[in-house]
Design a protein around this ligand. Structure first.
Ligand SMILES: [Zn+2]
Length: 439
């Protein structure tokens, strides 16, 4: 194609070529159109500078406003501090260093020194909480008082637990100590420290019922003149002769038999009952109950009751502890397998073999109604006792005393429950025994 070809056409540019033609026509002017005139560029620069200056003035003003000094009172003394200062910044600027509190257990023991809050702050009379301390910014004229940090109590949770009964020992010491109240399990809420594991008692849901002991010297309510003579450590070869003497004098007594002495002497156990006297337990092997472990103690007591029952001596839960030795822990250790412990008021001291006259006077001098006398039908030579026994019976009968069994004596004293007096009281089915001694 050539120029000539177009030259033959009418001098009208076809529509699809017009723009191209126009562009081509404007091309020589393009650079001139994009470059602003010199004056315009200077105006824009000035505007930018002006903006920067304004920004600097405003920013500086804000900075100065924020960093201006305000007057406050700190622990009673005037102080100039930066506006918007936090409490920590004010403390540091004023050289105040409170002692931090501790992290403490629910029981009040220190778990971590300095583990509590760093300080306390009271502003215009109001002590701030943690959020208030964090949010505080000085505005001027505040009256600020800093104090030592507060203790913080460990995290804890609440648990509902069973409370086992404890044993409340008797408040006095008498010849008979018995269970006056059996135990019942209680329920109570406890606060348990998550760190320490300590527990603090809270709301009582069901009150616990403790085991209670009572100890008295029995005396007949009606002033009747009775004494109870008791024999320990049998049955033995002397027992039947004692029974004969008692029968001859119309007297009854109580025999505290050793379980280990019963085999082969079952007839004597039955003879005691047949004579009208009473059989109780002196334990199986005469161990000191305060010196043995709980399992041994329970079998020492339980085995003898079983041996007496099997021999025909009847159902008894009454005990004379060897050596008269029994304490609150031994009661706890028993699991409640006996109901009463009986000691004595007048001691024959027959085991010292002091002579017939001494035994008689030891058993009769100063006797009173309800007194319990201690002698032995086993454990050694009892010839002095055999000779002394009729004299003791005659002496006291001469003073108007009647010789009765312990059950008979106890049933005359209305302070002693009927089943304890009967000698075979047991813990009721809906009750439980104490697991420890009450403090
Ligand atoms: Zn004994």
């Amino acid at each position: 194609m050539s120029e000539n070809y177009y030259s033959r056409e009418p001098r009208v540019t076809p529509p699809h070529l017009r723009a191209q033609t126009a562009t081509r026509r404007q091309q020589p002017n393009r650079r001139q159109t994009r470059r602003p005139p010199r004056r315009s560029r200077e105006n824009r620069l000035a505007a930018v500078i002006a903006l920067l200056v304004v920004a600097a003035i405003v920013g500086g003003g804000v900075w100065m406003w924020l960093n201006r000094t305000v007057h406050v009172s700190v622990n009673g003394t005037g102080a100039d501090v930066s506006a918007s200062a936090t409490l920590e910044q004010i403390m540091e600027a004023e050289g105040i260093s409170p002692k931090p509190g501790n992290l403490v257990s629910v029981g009040g023991n220190v778990l971590e020194e300095g583990g509590g809050t760093a300080f306390t702050a009271t502003v215009d009379g109001q002590e701030l909480d943690e959020a208030g301390i964090a949010a505080f910014r000085a505005a001027g004229n505040e009256n600020i008082t800093f104090g030592d940090g507060a203790d913080v109590t460990e995290a804890s949770h609440e648990e509902e637990r069973e409370v086992q009964p404890q044993l409340e020992p008797a408040e006095s010491v008498g010849a008979i100590t018995f269970v006056s109240q059996y135990g019942k399990v209680g329920r109570q809420k406890f606060v348990v420290g998550d760190v320490s594991g300590e527990t603090v008692a809270g709301e009582v849901i069901e009150p616990v019922q403790n085991v209670k002991l009572e100890s008295i010297n029995p005396r007949p309510d009606d002033g009747r003149k009775v004494v109870a003579i008791t024999f320990d450590d049998g049955p033995s070869g002397y027992t039947q002769r004692y029974l004969d003497i008692l029968s001859e004098h119309g007297a009854r007594a109580t025999f505290f038999c050793l379980g280990s002495q019963i085999p082969g002497r079952e007839d004597l156990v039955q003879a005691i009952k047949a004579q009208g006297s009473q059989v109780c337990s002196h334990t199986q092997n005469h161990e000191q109950l305060t010196a043995i472990d709980a399992d041994t103690l329970r079998s020492e007591i339980g085995d003898a009751f079983a041996a007496i029952s099997a021999a025909g001596g009847g159902d008894t839960t009454t005990l004379r502890p060897p050596y008269g030795s029994l304490d609150a822990q031994a009661w706890v250790n028993s699991g409640g397998n006996f109901s009463a412990s009986v000691i004595w008021n007048l001691d024959s001291l027959d085991w010292e073999l002091p002579g017939v006259d001494a035994i008689v006077s030891n058993c009769t001098n100063g006797a009173w109604s309800g007194a319990i006398i201690l002698m032995h039908d086993g454990g050694g030579n009892r010839d002095q006792d055999l000779e002394a026994l009729p004299k003791i019976l005659e002496t006291l009968q001469g003073q108007g005393y009647e010789f009765v069994t312990l059950s008979e004596l106890f049933s005359m004293d209305s302070r002693i429950p009927a089943d304890v007096a009967a000698g075979n009281a047991r813990m009721p089915e809906d009750c439980v025994w104490a697991t420890s001694v009450a403090e």
